[in-house]
Design a binder for this molecule. Structure first.
Ligand code: SAH
Length: 468
């Protein structure tokens, strides 16, 4: 089956059998797992091996021998080059099937536990334009296609869009992105065009020169829009050219911010965006509650599905109004505030101080007086003193980042003995590991996978654990 070609190993007629965690698909070759991107189960392909490890291989397709019957035609012209939406080649129903399977496989294989009732995955109401935040990168060295090596004008090499996967210094010039409602594409294009016209330089990601770096666009379900224009340095002339043009073209933008970022990386850590025009924040209305969205505050990226997720958490928690509820990894307090009306008290813990400030503001905005939020690392803040101060929890809601919960937090939860744990996870592998550790005292009663990110491999899962 294997053929050597200039010392490169090509595996022929490999059948893709399943999907894997990071959006790649898998095959089995010589008793090893082979990871391959941009293919779907049922495809038969010739694969060039790009990496050999003791336990697995990685490769890329050099020839499509036979296309799978499962395939769908990707609807975006950037599919295959752009790093987003890697699953557009699978019909949405099949994406849901594989996400559901991944949650169950991971929990059963890693956690080796009985899952109780397994509800079928909830699909996303919107499968395009579902994101409420996108960040476009501007670069003076865009990704060039074959035949584009010698272009007439220097600005022909400029681009605005997304990083090419694995290439921090190359940016894909995006024509139309299907991830966010308009005017998202329109604003990006206008910024691009006014800069090109006036030769206002885009950032050079290697040399750290140029001016325009990023454009972050946030929006709400009812059409409020915030833009954050990230620039490498101060230049009032260029800034005015760009923003007066944007305001003329989009007079109804809710909020316009400028962020001067002189650092070598794009992150806004340590940088305070300055309000240029309009409101200081957006307000998202979700199932009767209002949430403030500031330039840097965290909010679940798919607002409609966030509403669905929070409702499920509420349903799983089955509160009567008398419970003390801890909201661990509380972000801007969304889950806790959702539950507050049906609980005696909510106590949230969140790492990022700004998010805690937002959570307190969100409590005020919604006249919620029985919710408190603490800043700090859960493993340090959740201690005996915290429990004495806030009361022993009846229910603990956990919504950690991808790496799951630390051992110390699991030990404290086991010691504290809440009746119920509602565990919201964006990574079924770490959820499985954590649930296995909780298994001595808690059994999983039901699980509910939810799709928040159509056309990607990401899946959210809620597990209800009840004390034995
Ligand atoms: N429940 C929220 C946010 C969940 S995202 C919502 O639905 O909107 C996970 C959050 O955990 C992030 O806000 C992140 O800042 C926070 N976080 C990560 N590690 C943490 C830790 N060790 N202690 C406390 N919070 C942490």
């Amino acid at each position: 089956m294997a053929r050597k070609h200039n010392t490169r190993v090509i595996l022929e007629n490999v059948e893709i059998i399943d999907v894997a965690a990071e959006g790649k698909a898998i095959a089995r070759v010589e008793n090893k797992v082979l990871f391959v991107p941009f293919v779907v189960p049922g495809d038969i392909v010739d694969v060039l091996v790009t990496r050999k490890n003791k336990n697995y291989l990685e490769g890329k397709v050099v020839k499509m021998v036979k296309l799978s019957e499962l395939r769908a035609e990707p609807f975006c012209s950037h599919f295959g080059v752009c790093g987003g939406c890697k699953w557009q080649n699978l019909p949405y129903e099949k994406q849901l099937y594989f996400k559901n399977k991944q949650v169950i496989d991971q929990l059963q294989r890693i956690g080796k536990i009985d899952l109780g009732e397994i509800f079928p995955i909830i699909s996303s109401e919107k499968t395009t334009n579902y994101r409420n935040k996108l960040e476009f990168t501007f670069s003076n060295k865009r990704w060039l296609y074959d035949g584009e090596e010698e272009l007439p004008k220097p600005t022909d090499y400029w681009g605005a869009g997304f990083h090419i996967p694995g290439r921090f210094d190359k940016v894909l010039q995006v024509d139309k992105c299907y991830l966010q409602e308009e005017p998202s594409n329109a604003i990006r294009k206008e910024v691009y065009e006014i800069c090109v016209k006036n030769e206002i330089p885009f950032f050079d990601l290697k040399l750290h020169t140029g001016y325009v770096r990023n454009l972050i666009i946030r929006n709400t379900l009812d059409g409020q829009v915030m833009i954050i224009l990230c620039l490498f340095s101060e230049n009032n002339v260029w800034q005015e050219i760009i923003l007066s043009h944007i305001i003329e073209k989009f007079p109804n933008l809710t909020s316009i911010y400028i962020a001067i970022n002189p650092k070598h990386n794009d992150s806004l850590d340590g940088i305070t965006p300055v309000l240029y025009k309009g409101e200081s924040h957006l307000i998202e209305n979700l199932n009767g509650l209002k949430f403030k969205i500031s330039p840097k505050s965290f909010f679940q990226t798919n607002s409609t599905q966030a509403g669905v997720l929070y409702n499920k958490v509420k349903e799983f928690a089955e509160l009567t109004g008398n419970e003390v509820v801890y909201d661990l990894y509380s972000g801007t307090g969304t889950i806790g505030l959702y539950l507050a009306k049906n609980a005696k008290k909510i106590a949230g813990i969140e790492f990022i101080e700004d998010a805690v400030i937002n959570a307190r503001e969100n409590a005020l905005l919604n006249d919620i007086t029985n919710a408190v939020f603490y800043a700090g690392d859960t493993k340090e803040v959740l201690n005996d003193e915290f429990i004495a101060l806030n009361g022993k929890p009846d229910v603990i809601v956990i919504d950690p980042p991808r790496n799951g919960i630390s051992k110390e937090v699991i030990e404290t939860i086991l010691k504290t003995k809440p009746k119920k744990i509602v565990y919201v996870s964006c990574n079924p592998a770490t959820q499985a590991r954590d649930v296995e550790l909780l298994n001595i005292d808690y059994k999983v009663v039901k699980i509910q996978p939810i799709d928040m990110f159509p056309h990607t491999q990401h899946v959210e899962n809620i597990a209800l654990l009840v004390i034995r």
